[in-house]
Design a protein around this ligand. Structure first.
Ligand code: FEO
Ligand code: CA
Ligand code: CA
Ligand code: CA
Length: 596
């Protein structure tokens, strides 16, 4: 159109000024309303949040900690009434439990957690499914919603697909290798075309403590994932998180979890066909032939981009017929070539090097050790693949690569073009024939991120991008109903950038391509998760994760001050409340589509 021909951005809003303070900020003419805070009651019988009297029992009925993925599942096709599904990735005890942090002689010290505090952590992980409704232009939580549910580390789940029931998944508590409790570190996720909620299990290594003998059969497998890392204190109280006592438990985590939100008593399913690694998310799209394609990132330096293509096809008229589509299909790993082509290599037992000679006895072994299978196939080692998002409007796929400061000059390749990549980049894939199931495609770098005014950074934002518009560390992204790309970031809140994380609108089409504008920014210490647009583009949900964390880098925002100075404690700013991760609903004042 004419605007594009003139190089104008497809997004019409006045940019927010980049910067750092204790509050959040949205573009002029928009409201950013906090919808759900850590501890908010989700059921009629749930207690109000009281940080001094918090219990595991209360937490299991309240909104969890560190909201990350946000999905919206419309009820009866409505954009104003639906289920909000939210992942609770991890916990920050120093910000959750008043009094456990002391600062003496300039050193921050944290007291060991009690069992009750660990149990609160278990209940604060997982996910939330909650009915929400827009009344008079403002979103409300429906506390008596019949489908409201908390998923926690204690929720019973079922392992399905090629690894289910395998000996490597059996434990003292579960001789079947199919029954597991809970899900861990649910980062990004997805909503399937048939309306189920996907929770990706990402950094599972930190939850496991103890020691595994070097000659243990799982030693190589666990080393590849950094297990056990033991940053959580759960193994002090629960044997299943101690690898010396339950050496197979870590094989039951690192999967894609599917939750049927229509039945609050349904068993969430860990879909092993989609492989086991540090799953960032699982965004999907229905291909031309009806098969469904899930794009998967493995967030680790030098790890891979994957996709999963279902064997069966999506039936839009029969929800039940789709419920096990994720148990059969082909998992592929990406190889990005120097000539701008990409090849999707199948992780199929018996093909190529994926044989008994290399320790893969069956497809179960291939999915359990998907990373090692990818190593053997020669997949491209990427700069921390995060959210991977297909765009049904322009037929492309967007890969967020957040950063990789460990990449050396001699490890640079076309798809990871910068050594010591501190600010990350975004790759755009075009699958052959516009077919998302294709095993070949082409790609190009859409954006090299970072401050374009610093030549050494080598950023590639368009010259129309202002000093507010550039960003680093792309993490999550969303495509709105108009087919436009929005990118949220993780890691800008430090002295290197002088700005917080936020949500940026990024042009992908025409002369404005690679122009970016700042729409919303988070309070100090937070990262920006979500984002998600309702189907009518009138609401953007964003998740403000770990506000206040790491704030000690900033004068006046010291860690201890979150308990001493209420003026720094978003979003309540009250003396009796801590800083709280929260989901925010952004709407246009007076109504209407966002950025139009
Ligand atoms: Fe949880 Fe990869 O961010
Ligand atoms: Ca992420
Ligand atoms: Ca996304
Ligand atoms: Ca993140």
């Amino acid at each position: 159109d004419e605007a594009r021909a003139n190089g104008a951005s497809a997004f019409t809003f006045e940019e927010v000024e980049a910067g750092v303070d204790a509050d959040h900020h949205v573009a002029a003419g928009y409201d950013a309303d906090v919808l759900l805070r850590w501890g908010d009651p989700l059921f009629t019988d749930a207690p109000d949040f009281d940080p001094l009297k918090q219990s595991a029992e209360s937490q299991a009925k309240q909104f969890g900690y560190n909201n990350d993925y946000v999905g919206f599942i419309p009820l009866e096709g409505s954009s104003d009434h639906g289920l909000l599904v939210v992942n609770h990735e991890y916990t920050n005890p120093h910000l959750m439990f008043p009094g456990i942090v002391t600062i003496a002689e300039g050193k921050v010290k944290q007291a060991p957690l009690t069992k009750e505090q660990v149990d609160i952590e278990l209940a604060a992980h997982g996910g939330t499914i909650v009915e929400i409704r827009k009344d008079n232009g403002k979103w409300q939580v429906v506390r008596d919603g019949k489908l409201n549910r908390r998923v926690t580390v204690n929720t019973e789940m079922q392992l399905t697909g090629p690894a289910a029931g395998h000996d490597r998944l059996k434990t003292n508590a579960d001789a079947t290798g199919t029954k597991v409790f809970g899900t861990l570190n649910n980062c990004a996720g997805g909503v399937t075309p048939w309306g189920t909620y996907i929770m990706a299990e990402e950094n599972i290594h930190g939850y496991f403590g103890g020691e595994l003998p070097a000659d243990h059969p799982e030693a190589t497998n666990y080393k590849r994932l950094g297990i056990p890392e033991g940053s959580y204190e759960w193994s002090n109280f629960y044997d299943r998180f101690d690898v010396s006592k339950e050496p197979n438990e870590p094989n039951r985590f690192g999967w894609i979890v599917e939750v049927d939100v229509n039945d609050p008593n349904s068993l969430p399913k860990k879909r092993t066909a989609l492989g086991r690694f540090k799953h960032e998310g699982a965004e999907s799209i229905v291909a031309k032939d009806g098969r469904v394609v899930f794009y998967l990132g493995d967030d680790e330096r030098f790890d891979y981009v994957y996709k999963f293509v279902t064997k069966g096809t999506f039936n839009p008229n029969d929800r039940a017929a789709n419920m096990d589509l994720l148990d059969e299909g082909t998992l592929y790993v990406a190889k990005f070539a120097e000539d701008g082509s990409v090849e999707w290599l199948p992780l199929v037992h018996g093909e190529g090097p994926l044989t008994a000679a290399n320790g893969f006895q069956s497809q179960a072994d291939v999915v359990i050790e998907a990373r090692r299978a990818g190593d053997l196939l020669g997949a491209t080692k990427m700069d921390r693949p995060e959210d991977v998002q297909p765009n049904g409007t322009n037929g492309k796929v967007y890969v967020m690569l957040t950063n990789n400061t460990k990449r050396k000059e001699d490890q640079v390749d076309a798809a990871n073009p910068r050594a010591e990549n501190a600010f990350g980049h975004i790759i755009e894939i075009a699958e052959d024939g516009g077919d998302f199931t294709a095993t070949r495609g082409t790609w190009e770098v859409l954006l090299k991120c970072g401050d374009p005014s610093v030549a050494e950074v080598g950023a590639s934002f368009s010259t129309a991008t202002t000093a507010n518009g550039w960003f680093g560390m792309p993490d999550n992204c969303a495509i709105d109903a108009a087919g436009r790309l929005w990118v949220s970031t993780d890691g800008n809140s430090n002295k290197a950038t002088g700005r917080t994380d936020g949500l940026w609108a990024v042009d992908t089409e025409g002369e404005a391509r690679a122009t970016s504008k700042l729409f919303y920014r988070v309070p100090v210490g937070a990262e920006m998760c979500g984002p998600l647009f309702t189907p009518n583009d009138e609401t953007a949900f964003v998740a403000v994760q770990h506000p206040g964390d790491g704030g000690e880098d900033w004068d006046g925002f010291g860690r201890a001050s979150y308990y001493e100075d209420p003026s720094t404690r978003w979003p309540d700013f009250k003396p009796d409340l801590p800083v709280r991760p929260s989901v925010v609903a952004i709407t246009k004042q007076g109504g209407g589509k966002i950025a139009v």
